[in-house]
Design a protein around this ligand. Structure first.
Ligand code: GH3
Ligand code: MG
Ligand code: MG
Ligand code: MG
Length: 313
């Protein structure tokens, strides 16, 4: 088997490495002692992490939902609240069942530390703590949690979210946009006559085409976009803060760039096209996430019926 389109694979590897190293870890610090919380915040921020501090945990559920921390750094003793109780509450939500929770407390009673660990914490650090130890503990937890989450949620061929993960990510993005009142556009993108690619050039070459499609999508990705491999050669793209006209232009550019790619099998060079269907939340004010995906899918069907290699709204 000859290596095909190596530049695409290399750029995808570089992209993966960038994501791993560049994305700042989001840490939520929950402590009634604001001075200590700020101490942690300054240390973690000096390492490039994004930190939010919650002095009183009444709003912890809302905070976790909106900030989407990758690690909770939590005090044990707080007025009216007990850290391990909070950890147990967080663990009742499926989506947070593996969210790293680390306690940082002056509590030296080993039984109480064991109790905290058995009720949902991953680690128990004791105060006073050095900057180096805090940084190392947080970084190690976050990077392992990311590796685990990639393994569970990402497709190995494209590095994009798998079907179930993109569906739930899309739903939560759409809900967030509805609550905050900004537009969100949804697109379904599908490679044209892909069966023919497999039939003519083989499955391995087909895989290269799919991976290249994903690379192109990532290159056009904005920080806030969410995308995934919805099916074999079908991709779902969610574009928050993107009105219909802007989304259409982005998809149209994507379509043109994809059509310009040249693939090779033995001595044959060939090109492939894509079709896309899109809808903007502003055009369907009452539609929920599922309905918007259905509307995008219907638009894709119109693009296919209309002759393929086109974007339909
Ligand atoms: P249309 O223009 O209507 O979309 O036609 P199509 O041939 O692209 O559509 P269809 O959905 O009938 O075919 C998709 C094909 O994609 C069928 C399946 O064998 C192939 N496929 C699905 N997953 C993979 C994959 O991971 N690798 C490869 N090489 N092929 C795949
Ligand atoms: Mg306290
Ligand atoms: Mg297809
Ligand atoms: Mg398809």
């Amino acid at each position: 088997l000859k290596p095909l389109n190596i530049p695409h694979l290399v750029s995808r590897l570089e992209q993966l490495l960038r994501e791993r190293t560049a994305a700042p870890a989001r840490v939520l610090v929950i402590d009634d002692d604001t001075e200590l919380a700020e101490y942690c915040q300054i240390i973690l921020e000096s390492e490039g992490m994004e930190v939010q501090v919650l002095a009183s945990p009444e709003t912890i559920i809302e905070e976790v939902r909106s900030f989407r921390p990758e690690l909770l750094l939590m005090d044990v003793h707080m007025p009216h609240y007990d850290g391990p109780d909070l950890a147990a509450v967080i663990r009742q939500f499926d989506e947070w069942s593996s969210l790293p929770i680390v306690f940082l407390s002056a509590e030296t009673d080993l039984d109480k530390q064991v109790d905290a660990l058995s009720r949902g914490a991953d680690d128990f650090l004791t105060k006073p703590i050095t900057a180096a130890k805090l940084i190392a503990a947080v970084k190690a937890r976050v990077s392992r949690a990311r590796a685990l989450s990639d393994l569970l949620n990402k497709d190995s061929l494209t590095g994009l979210l798998k079907h179930a993960s993109i569906k739930s990510a899309a739903t939560s993005e759409i809900n967030r946009a509805r609550r905050a009142g900004y537009p969100v556009s949804i697109a379904m993108v599908d490679i044209d006559h892909f069966k023919g690619v497999n039939d003519s050039y083989g499955h391995a070459t087909g895989d290269v085409v799919i991976a290249s499609m994903a690379t192109l999508l990532r290159q056009r990705l904005r920080q806030t976009d969410v995308m995934g491999r919805y099916g074999g050669e079908e991709f779902l793209v969610v574009m928050p803060h993107c009105p219909a006209e802007a989304a259409y232009q982005r998809l149209e550019t994507l379509r043109q760039h994809f059509a310009q790619l040249r693939f090779r099998h033995d001595t044959t060079e060939f090109g492939v096209t894509l079709s896309a269907g899109m809808v903007c939340s502003e055009e369907a004010p009452d539609a929920n996430g599922d309905t918007l995906v259905v509307l995008a899918d219907e638009a894709l069907y119109r693009a296919k019926r209309g002759g393929r290699n086109q974007v339909c709204c």
